[in-house]
Design a protein around this ligand. Sequence first.
Ligand code: ZN
Ligand code: FE
Length: 255
Amino acid sequence: MDLIALPAFADNLIWILHDGANAIVVDPGAATPVSDALRDLKLRLTAILVTHHHPDHIGGLKALAPLLRGPVYGPAHEAMPVDVEKMSQGMSFELLGTHVRVLDVPGHTAGHVAYVVTEPGRAPWLFCGDTLFSGGCGRLFEGTPAQMRHSLDQLAALPGESRVCCAHEYTLSNLRFARTVEPRNTALADYEARCKALRAEGAWTLPSTIATERAVNPFLRVREPDVVASALDHGAASADPTDVLAALREWKNTF
Ligand code: ZN
Ligand code: FE
């Protein structure tokens, strides 16, 4: 399978996983970039995966329905504008020779799901919507810090080589915050330099990997002494990982 990132709106990425003939599209917030890409690459739309109900992730579903030759998989506990196969924690299915596993990752929205797509012998692709970003995480619109911490812990436990396909290119602004939280993290400084060079060339910083995120993302590093100390300086109620995450998220909201 090959992976393509299609830009949409200001900073969304719509991911396409394809085998040269058939395509799986993730979170089509807009239909036109998707239908243009399918036409240009002569791909049949075989399935759509949806992570959560926000308009920038579902806005293209109705317009793409006539092109679709298979199901839409979506979160079991969120309202969707089209009929979906209702997905929740632990469910799995086969798609174009890949194995797809579903995780519940509430926090950004109450019913947010993520998809881990595995092709035999290759690093998994993680489609995590607005839960995990490179260097950051989604805002807590509907969930609690405890839910988000549990969701991020689940994602952090995936194999290190897993490719993190987030739904927004927010990496540089996330890393500016991360460096403020953890100024002594040299892996973070190196990663920021690499990402700046990629963006200067007009390239995406994504997909990232789970190993990279474990090394640089403060929201996955809520047990690291430097992250805990910074969070305590910014209003964390205690060194408990949930309190640390809550303080980081509040701090980032106004950073
Ligand atoms: Zn969202
Ligand atoms: Fe979004």
